[in-house]
Structures are given as C-alpha cells and as structure tokens.
Design a protein around this ligand. Structure first.
Ligand code: NAP
Length: 375
C-alpha cells in the first residue's frame, strides 16, 4: 500500500479529482496488485468551510512530511481578496521549479498542421518576479511612500494614481532553476535548452536572468553538457511566434516566472489546450503535481470538465514515486480513448462532434481501455 496526499481543489476540482482517482487506482492495482491510500489535505473553499482557514498549517506540514502531493486547481479572485493559494504554497514550500511537459497526443485537435512536432518541457522559476507579491495599491500609504522615495532619491516621477509592483530576480534563484533544467535535460537525453527572457527591455532582471544562466552553465555545468546539449536564448515576444511557427526547434525551455506562466498556456494550446497539460511544482525535497488549468467556474458541477490534465498529473506523480509502468499503462489507455474521439465537450467541440462524454463517462472509457487494452 502506498499513500498519496491530495488537495481536491475548487470549482471543477472534485469532479476531475474523482475521475483521476478512479483511473490511477485501477492502473496501479492492475499493474502492481497493490492499493493506494489517498490522504485528504484541505485547502481552498473546502478548507475555509471546515476550518475557517484557506490554507491550514496542517496541510503545509503534511506536504512537507509526505514530500509529494497532488492538487486540483484552487481559486484566486482577481484584483482583491486573498493572495493566490497556489503562489503561497509555492513560496512557503519553496517549490522553486515549475516543470510542464507539453507533448502532442495523436487524435487531439490542434491549431497546428503538424502538432506531432511539439515535445517541449517548460521550466519556470516559481518564487520570484512580479509573482513575489510585493505590490501596493494606487493611493495606499505604501505606494505614496515608495513614490516619494523614488522622487527624492532617484528623481523618478510617477503619476499620483500609480499602483506599484516590484520584480525581484536574483542570481541564486535564476541559477538554481537553470541547474534544474540542465540536470533534467541530461537525465532525459534532451538535446537543447533555450533560455527565454525579455532582457532587451528589463536589463537588470530579465537580462540578468540570461546572463546568470550562461554564467552557471559556463562555470559549473560546461563539462557535463559539452557535446550533449545545445544552449541558446531568445527574447520572449519572439519565442511566442517561434513556438507556433517552428515548435520542432524547441526542447527544454527555461525562463522567469511570468514568461513561464504565459508560455505554459501558449504551448499547451498547441496540443489542444490547458485541459490536456499537467505539471509539477518542486523544490529539492518536495513535489506537488497539478493540472495546468484553473477551477473553470463556468463549467463546475456540470460534469463537463475534461479530467485529462488531472489524470496526467496523477500519472506523473506515479512515475516520480517509481511506478513508471503504471504511468505507461495510463498514457497508453488515454491515447487510445482520445484517438477514438470519445471525449469530453471541450474536445468534442474542437473535433466538430455533437456527441460528447461527461467527466465520469470519459474516465470510465479510460478504465475500459486499461482493462481491455482497447476502447
Ligand atoms: P481556467 O480555470 O483554467 O479556465 C479557463 C477556461 O478553460 C474555462 O472557462 C474552460 O473554458 C476551460 N477549461 C479549463 N480547464 C478545463 C477542463 N479541465 N475541462 C474543460 N475546459 C476547461 O482559467 P480562469 O478562468 O482564468 O481561472 C479560474 C480560476 O482558477 C481563477 O480563480 C484562477 O486564479 C484559478 N487558477 C488556478 C490555477 C491553479 O490552481 N494551479 C491555475 C490557473 C487558474 P470554457 O469556457 O470553454 O468552458
């Protein structure tokens, strides 16, 4: 018996969690003749209703203890209210690397002519940048003081009604994510790493990220990667057109937090959207797996959610725990179901099909495919 701690998530979280759990349980039992004990950890609305807190300390301590977890999406209101629970989790657990593999699954509708060329892994720095949460509302005491300080010390004038945010990028955080990407590329036989930055404009943050990336590669990693991995860099805006025009030129991408956030969704769109992409947020000690998409409140509770990304997150977790065989079983079954066109509404619409399966029916199809090796 293995134990897997989980956070169900808000919105479509419970639906996609249940679908994922069924598939993971079934594949695990069939492959290893063993069971999974799921340990629920509270966060988000469910935690608020039960404990009065959105992110109880118990949950954080449990993730530290178990060292791995899987989570559904958690809701963050725009503009006001509490800080993002996802960002908080990443910061308190120092989950500095957000790693998102984006690989085409045959049969899934894609806006590209040759989507099979997409096989990209995005490494996003997860703790700094404008995500650090250092920002002040226009007119607040803090914004006023910062404005005055900038005027007095540096002669910089900002309009009175300016909201202010900081973009911290450190050498330490930049180099540890680059090191992580290089280690991954070496271990997984990947051939190219592209550093993505907007250093032409933000010279001492994004430009410094690029500089520090090359520096650590040159000073500490050169011998290991020589002849094995090609390193290059590209400015973010160009990257967005290049991944659409020539996705085959990209392999491992390493970048800052905001670039990484945008690029993850954009690369996901190339293979059918965020309903099909999962990732992991990890430190050197802890790994938290999740789908890339959010809580999709417009379809929550209607049985319309596509659980694929959540199932992929579960299968990545199994692989991480050393159960790669079960991951292969799941991916093979998932591919067969997606290829068959028996899919949830989001994909059916893209495929021009009128009929579609509910979240639960889709997961049943995957169980069938695992059981019979067919759909
Ligand atoms: P979103 O929840 O990802 O949803 C955007 C749209 O994508 C949905 O309205 C839905 O489109 C479609 N979609 C997403 N996941 C789907 C799935 N599994 N199956 C089918 N369709 C899916 O993004 P959002 O509306 O910007 O964010 C909503 C909330 O989620 C926010 O509070 C945000 O902060 C949070 N969020 C959390 C995470 C996380 O926990 N890691 C990540 C991103 C966002 P249709 O309109 O076509 O149905």
């Amino acid at each position: 018996m293995i134990e897997i701690p989980y956070i169900e998530g808000d919105g479509i979280g419970p639906e996609i969690f249940n679908a994922m759990k069924k598939v993971i349980d079934f594949a695990f039992e069939k492959t290893y003749n063993d069971k999974i004990k799921w340990i629920e950890l509270l966060a988000g609305q469910k935690a608020l209703n039960t404990t009065g807190e959105l992110l109880p300390q118990n949950t954080i301590e449990a993730i530290k203890r178990y060292k791995t977890a899987i989570k559904g999406p958690l809701m963050t209101p725009v503009g006001s209210g509490y800080r993002s629970l996802n960002v908080t989790l990443r910061q308190v657990l120092d989950l500095y690397a957000c790693i998102r593999p984006v690989k085409y699954v045959p049969g899934v509708p894609s806006p590209l002519k040759n989507p099979e060329k997409v096989d990209i892994i995005v490494f996003r720095e997860n703790t700094e940048d404008v995500y650090a949460g250092i920002e002040w509302e226009a007119g607040s005491k803090e914004a006023e003081r910062t404005r005055e300080y900038l005027k007095e010390k540096f002669g910089i004038s900002l309009r009175e009604d300016t909201g202010i945010g900081l973009k911290p990028i450190s050498k330490f955080a930049s180099q540890r994510i680059v090191k992580k990407a290089v280690e991954y590329a070496l271990k997984n036989n990947r051939k190219k790493i592209t550093i993505v930055h907007k250093g032409n404009i933000m010279k001492y943050t994004e430009g410094a990220f690029r500089k520090w990336a090359y520096e650590i590669i040159e000073e500490k990693l050169k011998d290991e990667i020589d002849g094995k991995i090609e390193i290059n860099d590209i400015i973010t805006d160009n990257m967005f057109q290049q991944i659409i025009l020539h996705p085959e030129n990209y392999d491992v991408i390493v970048t800052t937090n905001l670039n990484g956030d945008y690029l993850s969704d954009a690369t996901a769109a190339l293979i059918g959207g965020i309903g099909l992409t999962a990732g992991v947020n990890m430190s050197d000690k802890v790994a938290v797996f999740e789908p890339v998409h959010g809580t999709a409140p417009d379809i929550a509770g209607k049985g319309l959610a596509n659980p694929t990304a959540m199932i992929l997150a579960g299968s990545m977790l199994l692989e991480y725990l050393g159960f790669g065989e079960a991951q292969e079983v799941i991916i093979a079954a998932l591919k067969r179901v997606l290829e068959s066109g028996k899919v949830t509404k989001d994909l059916a619409l893209l495929m021009g099909r009128e009929k579609y399966l509910s979240t639960g029916e889709f997961s049943e199809k995957i169980l069938e495919a695992i059981e019979k090796d067919t759909v």
